[in-house]
Write a protein that binds this ligand. Structure first.
Ligand SMILES: Nc1ncnc2c1ncn2[C@@H]1O[C@H](COP(=O)(O)OP(=O)(O)OP(=O)(O)O)[C@@H](O)[C@H]1O
Ligand SMILES: [Mg+2]
Length: 576
């Protein structure tokens, strides 16, 4: 396109200028020839200035110079003309008023360009005064300008051909340029777009040895490098993610502004977070001021590792140990990592242990101080009073029994808990064990006029249990059902087959248990009404032992109760 415009411009400029140039050249040539002709005429020996002398000269010069030569007298009469026969000269029009003739008469030289009516062609006329044998005259040379056009025509054709050739050449060159430069560059740019969109496997196939080939090779190398780097990055990212995900501890990462970048599933589970926390402040996601404070503190410059135990109430009561540390890069804080350990169970266990020690000491102290008190009273003289001394000794015996029972229970419990007690599991008939237990409690039942019913279907499969231990379980539960029952109440022991287990239930019509006490009922020493239980000789270890025995049989314990209506304790044990 551009080359086309340039070439056309050049063509127009050249053809115009060439026309001028050729015209000027012709003019100068003609003028020189005119001078030559003048000198020739003035020198050539001529006898008389007549048509018969001059016309042949005009013809000769005209033929030699290949132009029209005319000799004109000052009055306009034509003496000779290279193109007009001497005989016809007389009929030639008077030339006096030809512009070039007029100019020559006035200034010695004249020139005119016009259309000749004589020869019907565009002509350039030049005229000059001469003096031959003291007779003045005018020499006029005429040259047809059609020659210029002819010449120009030829030239134009040549130019046109050259232009076409140049055009074709330019086309060829630009095609070659596009083939060797634009196309490969286009391909490289497509490949670059592909890579930008994540298609790193994109390669450019180009095998030239030039700079573009080099560029393509470098590009392929670059895309390979990017691919490996991205691979590495995503691998380490997924490794990190896997670590985060599988971590038991909760992890939260915040940036320098304290905005959450990452929170692992473990932490989301602990804090029951369902939304995506990224991009939010901790306080917006976790409604806990302590966590926000830890984040704020750890992001302070120069802050040390923070280890703090916090407690959350919502959505449930939890004790969390938080370790927070700054992430530093080139001495600049980039953010912080917070690791959360759920220590709720640990703290709960510690609390239970403390309570246990307190409870045990308390339970031991009561009978011991009673024994000690009565022994001292006896020694102080009460021994003499035989009647009272007997009562005192009875109390001492009861309290010692209570102590022995308590210690037995504690030992049992610790044995079961530590797993040292081996369960001797055998196939037994459930109804037989139940009957034996009820029979052994006959005194207590009749004392409170309670009727115990056994409702175990005869086709109930045998159970695989340690008979002594299950007896202990049933004894504890039926004893409770009697102890916490009303006089004249009832007890039903029933059994039901559930999958591979038999579910045994002991229902009573007793005082029932408030619902808030139900979750802690199986804890050691836990008693709903401490005074009442102790009065009834209970230690609060019974249900705890029950739970442990059932658990070591692979079963579960359950309780349902309605205050003042009654309770149902049940457990599952495996079928034989
Ligand atoms: N059937 C029941 N009805 C009402 N409350 C019950 C029943 N069984 C247990 N409880 C409550 O649960 C508490 C714990 O029972 P557990 O058997 O562990 O202890 P205890 O009976 O007090 O003492 P122990 O059984 O060690 O002699 C009891 O103190 C009582 O308050
Ligand atoms: Mg009990």
């Amino acid at each position: 396109m551009i080359s086309g415009i340039i070439l056309s411009g050049l063509f127009i400029y050249l053809s115009n200028n060439l026309k001028d140039y050729i015209y000027k050249r012709i003019k100068t040539n003609v003028e020189r020839q005119l001078d030559l002709v003048k000198t020739y005429i003035e020198d050539v020996p001529i006898n008389n200035i007549t048509s018969y002398e001059l016309d042949p000269i005009a013809v000769k010069i005209g033929r030699d110079l290949d132009l029209r030569v005319t000799f004109i007298a000052l009055d306009g009469t034509v003496f000779g003309d290279s193109e007009v026969n001497v005989d016809k000269l007389a009929s030639v029009e008077n030339h006096l008023y030809r512009p070039e003739v007029q100019q020559a008469i006035q200034s010695g030289r004249g020139q005119s360009r016009r259309f000749s009516t004589t020869v019907k062609k565009d002509f350039l006329y030049t005229a000059v005064l001469f003096n031959k044998n003291n007779i003045p005259g005018i020499i006029r040379l005429s040259i047809p300008l059609s020659e210029i056009d002819e010449l120009l025509g030829n030239l134009t054709l040549t130019l046109e051909i050259a232009l076409l050739a140049a055009f074709l050449l330019a086309g060829l060159v630009s095609y070659l340029a596009s083939f060797f430069i634009s196309r490969p560059i286009g391909e490289i740019s497509w490949a670059a777009k592909d890579i930008a969109q994540g298609n790193y496997a994109r390669k450019i196939s180009m095998y030239s040895n030039d700079e573009i080939g080099d560029l393509a090779n470098t590009f392929n190398y670059m895309s390979e490098q990017i691919e490996t780097k991205i691979e590495e990055v995503s691998q380490s990212k997924s490794r990190l993610e896997a670590v985060f995900l599988s971590m038991f501890e909760g992890v939260m990462i915040v940036d320098i502004q304290g905005t959450i970048l990452l929170m692992n599933q473990a932490l989301k589970n602990v804090l029951k977070i369902n939304e995506n926390p990224a991009g939010k402040k901790p306080i917006e996601v976790i409604r806990n001021l302590q966590i926000q404070e830890i984040v704020d503190n750890v992001l302070e410059p120069e802050s040390e590792l923070i280890a703090k135990e916090i407690s959350t109430l919502l959505p449930e009561e939890k004790v969390l140990l938080v370790h927070a540390t700054r992430i530093e890069k080139d001495k600049h804080t980039e953010g912080a990592v917070l690791v959360f350990h759920d220590v709720t169970t640990l703290r709960g266990l510690e609390k239970i242990r403390q309570e246990f020690v307190a409870n045990v000491s308390h339970e031991l102290r009561t009978p011991i101080s009673s024994i000690k008190g009565f022994a001292e009273t006896l020694l102080a003289g009460a021994m003499e009073d035989t009647e009272n001394a007997r009562d005192f000794l009875k109390i001492i015996l009861t309290d010692s029994n209570r102590l022995a029972c308590l210690i037995d229970d504690l030992l049992n419990l610790s044995k079961i808990e530590s797993g040292k007690l081996v369960m001797e599991k055998k196939s037994c008939k459930l109804s037989e064990i139940v009957e034996k237990v009820i029979a052994s409690l006959k005194v207590q039942l009749t004392d409170k006029s309670i009727i115990a019913k056994v409702n175990i279907p005869t086709d109930t499969p045998d159970v695989l249990v340690d008979q002594t231990r299950i007896k202990q379980v049933l004894l504890n539960l039926v004893e409770n059902a009697i102890k916490y029952n009303i006089s004249g109440g009832g007890i039903i022991v029933s059994a039901q087959e559930i999958g591979n287990f038999i579910k045994v239930a002991i229902s009573d019509t007793g005082i029932g248990i408030p619902s808030q006490d139900l979750p802690r009922l199986f804890e050691r020493f836990y008693r709903v009404d401490k005074a009442r239980s102790r009065e009834l000789g209970g230690t609060g270890l019974g249900l705890s032992i029950v739970k442990h025995i059932i658990q070591s049989h692979g079963g579960e314990v359950f309780v349902e109760s309605v205050e003042r209506k009654g309770s149902t304790f049940s457990f599952t044990i495996p079928k034989a």
